[in-house]
Design a protein around this ligand. Structure first.
Ligand SMILES: C[S@@+](CC[C@H](N)C(=O)[O-])C[C@H]1O[C@@H](n2cnc3c(N)ncnc32)[C@H](O)[C@@H]1O
Length: 452
């Protein structure tokens, strides 16, 4: 086998993160994508004596486990990867993937409480960030998600199963409206053009909708008619916020140089486990509201009795987890890198009448050691790269009896658990929670106890 060879094989094992490992002769074939049991054609990118890396070219035969009904975009759209697999089977696959990662690091002897599914496996997202573009050179305007493996082609995802009809109505009416106006979309290579993104957010428990149209400043287009068009849509939720964000940043990400409020307010409200949260256009908020309620309930169960205890909520975002604990706790301290999220967290705590919460801005690895108070309990919910080694040392240095680790990346989680072990923390119990059905992601909640 050598580079550029075209090979055919049956996909074997699905690893966490969306990669697969299969055997062809005595060679391990590593590939991005694929579902166990699929017969595929692939091009060899790198070949060594025992391993090869390949790029999938075509699915020759579906897998016998692909018995669910996928949406019309499945396979072309870069969004969902396992929508064709029934949800129960998806959960089984994710659970096994997480267990394998624990076993690979020789982490044994804990209570494994299995996996809980999302309350909804479809229509569960409360936020979508769509991009303007086209599907082919000089084709009609499109608005949606990138095609699988393609950075420039955008597919209008009007049949997407991850969001409800309000999202689809706003998406389709927006692309139709701007296609008629013949405004150019922004090209990320030349940095020329006007229409960049459409961001839709919904308060699932409050029925409030935010529409944020993002453009460059390269045209002076009056958005009044667009706003009126949106307000005339028959949406199930009330549109309480229509925003126009000007973004002249070169990066392919939604940033804000100027925010214009076209209608209503510049935030929506959401409720989680009876607490209120205001969500501003750019603040982080879990994208599966009903799933987040389940995740935080599991975290609260793992924490157990926290009556009158001092709790650290590290990587606190908008302070959701800390506030869920604050009802019983004596005091909650949160640390979060993004200043805007910290402001939101403190405001949200006030809104909820919680006077025992204090969220501060900073990098956990640099600032946690400055806390003079001793926590009884520490909750960490880091981003995908996990907890910095210095932070693990300093967090362990407080000597709290228990640490609850919520992870969105079990690969970095297991490495961090090995590190925590060096400071005397052992894994007591583990549970997985699927916040992102039909995608390769999964949350894992771990309770650590201090043993020496
Ligand atoms: C997975 S989110 C968790 C947010 C929050 N706990 C929640 O459930 O909404 C991780 C958070 O860590 C923040 N973050 C990333 N790196 C950080 C660092 N070095 N120090 C502090 N916070 C950080 C991110 O901004 C993000 O809000």
């Amino acid at each position: 086998m050598k580079r550029k060879d075209i090979i055919e094989f049956e996909v074997d094992k699905m690893e966490f993160g969306g990669t697969t490992v299969s055997m062809l002769g005595n060679k391990e074939i590593h590939m991005k994508g694929g579902i166990s049991g699929q017969k595929v054609k692939a091009a060899v990118k790198k070949a060594r004596s025992k391993k090869a890396e390949v790029k999938m070219l075509e699915i020759l035969e579906k897998s016998p486990i692909e018995t669910a009904n996928p949406c019309k975009h499945f396979g072309i759209c870069g969004g969902c990867t396992i929508l064709s697999v029934p949800y129960e089977k998806q959960l089984e696959i994710k659970e096994r993937q997480v267990m394998d990662l624990f076993l690979n690091q020789d982490i044994f002897g804990f209570q494994f409480l299995g996996i809980e599914g999302s309350p909804q496996d479809r229509l569960y997202r409360n936020k979508m960030e769509y991009t303007f573009g086209d599907e082919m050179k000089d084709g009609p305007l499109t608005l949606g998600l990138h095609k699988k493996g393609r950075h420039i082609d955008i597919l209008t995802v009007d049949g997407c199963y991850l969001v409800d009809q309000d999202f689809i109505k706003v998406l389709t009416s927006t692309v139709e409206y701007f296609d008629e106006k013949k405004l150019p979309y922004y090209r990320c290579m030349s940095h020329k053009g006007y229409l960049r993104n459409l961001v839709v957010r919904k308060g699932i428990n409050t029925n409030e909708l935010m529409v944020n149209i993002v453009t460059s400043s390269q045209e002076d287009f009056d958005m009044t008619e667009y706003k009126e068009m949106l307000l005339n849509l028959e949406t199930q939720a009330e549109i309480v916020s229509i925003l126009h964000t000007i973004n002249d940043g070169l990066a392919d990400a939604v940033q804000c140089d100027e925010l214009r409020v076209l209608h209503g307010r510049d935030y929506i409200n959401e409720e989680l486990l009876g607490l209120k949260f205001t969500i501003s256009p750019f603040s982080f908020f879990q994208t599966n509201t009903k799933g987040a309620e389940k995740l935080y309930s599991i975290a609260r169960d793992f924490v157990g009795d926290h009556e009158n205890k001092v709790v650290f909520d590290l990587y606190s975002g908008t302070g959701t987890i800390g506030q869920v604990m604050a009802g019983a706790a004596k005091k909650v301290y949160g640390i979060e890198l993004i200043e805007e999220a910290v402001v939101a967290a403190n405001n949200n705590a006030k809104l909820n009448g919680l006077t025992n919460c204090e969220f501060v801005a900073g990098d956990v690895a640099k600032t946690v050691k400055n806390f003079k108070v001793k926590p009884d309990l520490i909750i960490v919910d880091p981003p995908r790269p996990g907890v910095h080694k210095d932070a693990i040392r300093d967090i362990s240095g407080f000597g709290a009896k228990e640490i609850v680790y919520i992870s969105c990346n079990p690969k970095t989680l297991v490495l961090d658990l090995v590190e925590f072990k060096k400071y005397g923390y052992e894994v007591e119990k583990v549970k997985c929670m699927d916040m992102f059905p039909n995608t390769p992601h999964v949350e894992t909640i771990v309770k650590l106890k201090k043993v020496n």
